[in-house]
Design a protein around this ligand. Structure first.
Ligand code: TRP
Length: 334
């Protein structure tokens, strides 16, 4: 039997090339080896405070399209939305009884996010609780493997603790101890050279960007700030144009990338020429993704059914899990 893998996105923005390199490319491969669930954590997204439920709903659809357009196959992958599986909340409520207040506050990713997201004193109770919900997201379908970024390891640790606690309490192996699959994932800097890419930084190229959007973004991309004339020798390291070449052309078009790098270092190519080259590379990469997206966009009832059926299937699985927990905990009043 195939192992079960679950991963998810928080629908607070559309997905960009950094997501492709960091997770989506990997998902496309994993869908063949594992039984795969992809969740859109819409309740979770509410912890961001600044995002309204309406906007979250819009992004949930966008992100589903992003996932489908890069080649995740709805025949193989179960897509579901967190708020459609109320068993997750019930499990999380039970789990939360066994997580101490101190333990919740000690989660290093939570501590980091309070600072990095500038939450100050304003974070909600749900924010501190979200790793417990995340444990329920994972354990409701008894997922064994969770491909995530390094920052999520702290949450996986908490999920394993919860799984162990409930197993011990009931003296029954209800849950697997889910492990993260961090692997060698790529990272991509923003178009401005910032190591972080994102909506608020306005430095991302989205999977849903048009050819013209991509051209505009590449043409205004940062390069080597010390290079004034095309005849000045240029630096490759830390230069976004070459970071993108490496990520999207190095395998397919090795010769082209080597040639650009060679000439750039020697001061024998202008920024315009390399940027035109990069625009072409990125648009050729995105064209089939755009095409697939358009096919799904033209069939809105299919898109709706993919999420609807996936959520219904997950709900059924989760109800079985919840029933098991309730029974083993002797919660049943009858
Ligand atoms: N916390 C994850 C993130 O910020 C999103 C997420 C929510 C998730 N529930 C999950 C990831 C369950 C993996 C499994 O990226």
């Amino acid at each position: 039997m195939k192992k079960r893998v679950l991963t998810g996105d928080t629908p607070t923005g559309k997905l960009h090339l950094g997501h492709y390199v960091g997770t989506l490319e990997n998902r496309v491969k994993l869908q063949n080896e594992y039984e795969m669930y992809v969740l859109f954590a819409d309740t979770h997204a509410l912890t961001t405070l600044s995002v309204s439920p309406e906007v979250i709903k819009k992004y949930t659809r966008q992100i589903l399209l992003d996932n489908l357009s890069v080649g995740l196959d709805p025949q193989k992958v179960t897509f579901f939305v967190e708020s459609g599986v109320s068993e997750i909340y019930e499990l999380a409520a039970i789990f939360s009884m066994y997580v101490s207040h101190n333990r919740a506050l000690r989660n290093p990713t939570i501590k980091d996010e309070i600072v990095s997201k500038g939450l100050g004193e304003k974070f909600s109770l749900g924010f501190i609780n979200y790793p417990i919900y995340q444990a329920a997201d994972i354990l409701c379908v008894k997922a064994q493997v969770v491909p995530v970024g390094k920052d999520q390891e702290a949450h996986l640790e908490q999920a394993r603790e919860i799984a162990r606690t409930i197993n011990k309490l009931t003296n029954y192996k209800i849950f697997p101890e889910p492990r993260s699959l961090i692997g060698k994932v790529g990272k991509l800097m923003g178009t401005d050279g910032n190591p972080k890419m994102g909506k608020s930084l306005n430095n991302a190229i989205y999977l849903s960007d048009s050819r013209e959007d991509v051209e505009k973004k590449v043409m205004t991309m940062f390069t080597d700030p010390k290079r004034v004339h095309a005849t000045d020798p240029g630096t490759i390291e830390g230069n976004p144009v070459f970071a993108y070449f490496d990520a999207f052309a190095a395998k397919k078009d090795k010769q082209l990338v080597e040639d650009y790098k060679f000439r750039y270092k020697k001061g024998k190519v202008g920024d315009i020429e390399i940027k035109k080259g990069l625009t072409k590379v990125l648009n050729e990469f995105l064209d089939p993704i755009r095409q697939k997206r358009a096919e799904y966009e033209n069939r809105p009832s299919l898109v709706k059914a993919i999420l609807g059926e996936g959520t219904a299937k997950t709900k059924k699985e989760s109800a079985k899990t919840l029933k098991e927990v309730v029974e083993k905990m002797k919660f049943s009043i009858l």
